[in-house]
Design a protein around this ligand. Structure first.
Ligand code: AMP
Length: 588
């Protein structure tokens, strides 16, 4: 398939902000995509070349884009920078310059989707000495053959900043519409921006939505889902299975203020468990092969040889995927330590064994997703728990089951809650005994209850260079939440408070500046735009409606509490949460 077709799709998507229209545009497009290209197209449409669980990173900086443009157009650096000043956007500059070049030459060959996909994928595999040159060359090669609009989208893709507003929900719906739309008589009316089908087909429609979503929950990769659906419809989707070694998105928790609300959400009787203050670990085992992933789906097997050993020794020699929380403890006093104390282990590259001894962790297993070639996510939680009890042989300070009671009594629940806090935990989790496991979603099957005020996890998307004693550092940071509908990040405020002058005191300006510098997309005067990568936990006094930020909300007196490097930008608080908190606030 020609890449120009995909560029046309991007343009159409860019031309509307309406979610239904975007779904329609994508679904019509998917119908025409040949089966061999569908996997690539679906990833590229979402601005990606790897599925969300894949750790490979494109790693192409804005400086490299400038170089690639120099190589591809033969234009001077000055001219390129001048164009960038004018457009303020590297994608637009690429379009502008490639357009200029084409006034003089004809493009050499037509780009295909495969070629673009392969070249961008290759970027992730190149490392070490001279890698910058090789990477620049790969992108320049694409730009040389690109038409102006193609250049724009190639650049946005390599910068991982495509912004055509296709969230996961939209991609899922488009797959449903494209494959099953005809069967249910689905019709999209552009004028009314309305989708309709005969009422008698509603159940069928919901059924198709569900099977595509379920397939995605398992595959964690729309390219697998789209391909299976296109090739063999419902049957193909049902055949998708978990694979040991392909991490799954974890189920997320909702939050409640008290037990009344909690019991209402998860129904009674409910399981109540300690909420450990550690970090999530997804355990994959296939006999002798054991792998560990964080909630961001990073492979951290290498960092936790002690955990691997604990699993090898104390679980059934079978194949399974477990969900758990690793909690640090003090090896001398045998007391739990807060997450911050052991978080360094996650990124550690050297002295692994030594650090493991100094900062040991205990694995608290609380769920199971897969057992001996069978998916267990549809099995009710109470049975999944029984399965874990069968698989894990608890050994204190190595691997145990999450402490749990089953109750419908508020008094018992409150007693357990205090007991959990006294043991050094964060609070409790409440779980619906009959519920399935829903990867990646914040459904109310799992609820957290802890004694703090509501905080938000937000991603930094911009900043401002400081002056005076903060010269050389970014000193103000633009915060954004995630709009689940569009997949876009929406700004909710700026923060400078809570960040420390010195590293010893917490997150410092210098540390944040170092982390963010790598992700700068563009600069204008003192203002910088930053790729959404770094997540911070933020408290605030109040949420206000505000026209200042594109989310429509602003945080009053935001304060950074800590870095959330265990969270990926996809996992930040959503716009829908901000709205919900705003509404709750009004009620108070
Ligand atoms: P939060 O990170 O505040 O959204 O709280 C949810 C997190 O609590 C989960 O992602 C887990 O990492 C952690 N957690 C600790 N103990 C448990 C437990 N017993 N069950 C589920 N999650 C737990």
């Amino acid at each position: 398939m020609k890449y120009s077709k995909l560029a046309e799709l991007y343009e159409q998507l860019d031309n509307t902000t309406k979610r239904l229209e975007k779904t329609h545009i994508l679904s019509e497009f998917l119908k025409e995509v040949p089966a061999d290209d569908i996997d690539k197209v679906v990833l590229l449409a979402g601005g990606k070349v790897f599925p969300p669980w894949d750790e490979r990173k494109i790693g192409f900086a804005s400086k490299m884009v400038l170089k690639a443009l120099e190589t591809a157009t033969g234009l001077s650096k000055d001219l390129i920078e001048k164009s960038l000043k004018k457009t303020g956007d590297l994608g637009a500059t690429a379009e502008d310059l490639i357009g200029k070049k084409h006034q003089r030459t004809l493009f050499s060959s037509e780009l295909t989707v495969s070629k673009v996909f392969e070249n961008i994928r290759k970027l992730a595999t190149i490392e070490g000495l001279g890698s910058v040159d090789v990477k620049v060359k790969l992108v320049a090669e694409l730009l040389t053959s690109a038409k102006p609009n193609e250049a724009r989208y190639i650049i946005r893709t390599v910068l991982e900043d495509l912004r055509v507003g296709l969230g996961e929900g939209t991609i899922r719906d488009a797959i449903v519409w494209s494959v099953f739309g005809k069967e249910i008589g689905l019709d999209y009316d552009k004028k009314l921006n309305n989708v309709a089908f005969p009422e008698k087909n509603r159940d069928r429609y919901n059924h198709f939505l569900e099977i595509v979503q379920n397939a995605y929950d398992v595959a964690n990769d729309f390219s697998i889902v789209a391909k299976a659906a296109k090739k063999s419809g419902e049957k193909g989707l049902a055949e998708i299975e978990f694979e040991v070694g392909r991490p799954v998105k974890v189920m997320l928790a909702q939050k409640v203020a008290d037990f009344n609300e909690g019991f209402e959400r998860v129904e009674t009787p409910a399981a109540i468990e300690y909420k450990y203050d550690g970090f999530r670990i997804q355990v994959h085992r296939n006999r002798d092969k054991i792998m560990l992933y964080t909630r961001r789906l990073e492979n951290v097997t290498h960092q936790f040889p002690d955990v691997v050993e604990a699993i090898k020794e104390n679980t059934q020699n079978a194949s399974f995927i477990l969900d758990s929380e690793a909690v640090g403890y003090n090896p001398k006093t045998k007391k739990y330590r807060p997450f911050q104390d052991v978080s360094q282990r996650i990124k550690r590259k050297y002295d692994i064994e030594k650090t493991a001894k100094e900062f040991p962790v205990e694995l608290n297993v609380f769920d199971i997703l897969y057992y001996n070639n069978k998916t267990t996510i549809k099995t009710p939680f109470e049975e999944r728990r029984k399965l874990i009890e069968k698989i894990v042989k608890p050994k204190k300070w190595a691997i145990v089951l999450a402490e749990q009671i089953i109750t419908e009594s508020k008094t018992d629940a409150e007693k357990f809650y205090r007991q959990s806090l006294n043991a050094g935990n964060e609070g409790v989790m409440m779980k619906n005994l009959k519920a399935p496991y829903k990867p990646g979603s914040r459904v109310g099957f799992m609820i957290k209850l802890k004694p703090t005020m509501k905080e938000l996890d937000l991603v930094i998307v911009g900043g401002e260079w400081g002056s005076g004693k903060r010269a050389g550092w970014l000193s103000s940071f633009t915060l954004a939440c995630l709009d689940e509908d569009s997949g876009e990040y929406m700004e909710v405020g700026k923060v400078g408070t809570g960040i420390k002058e010195k590293e010893e005191e917490g997150v410092s300006f210098e540390q944040l500046t170092q982390m963010l510098k790598k992700h700068v997309i563009s600069e204008k005067g003192k203002e910088v735009k930053i790729k959404p990568e770094i997540v911070v936990e933020v408290t605030y006094e109040e949420i206000q409606k505000s026209p200042t930020y594109n989310s429509g909300y602003a945080l009053r007196f935001p304060r950074v509490r800590r870095l959330r490097d265990d969270r990926s930008p996809e996992e930040v608080s959503t716009l829908q949460m901000v709205e919900e908190y705003f509404n709750e606030q009004k009620k108070r």
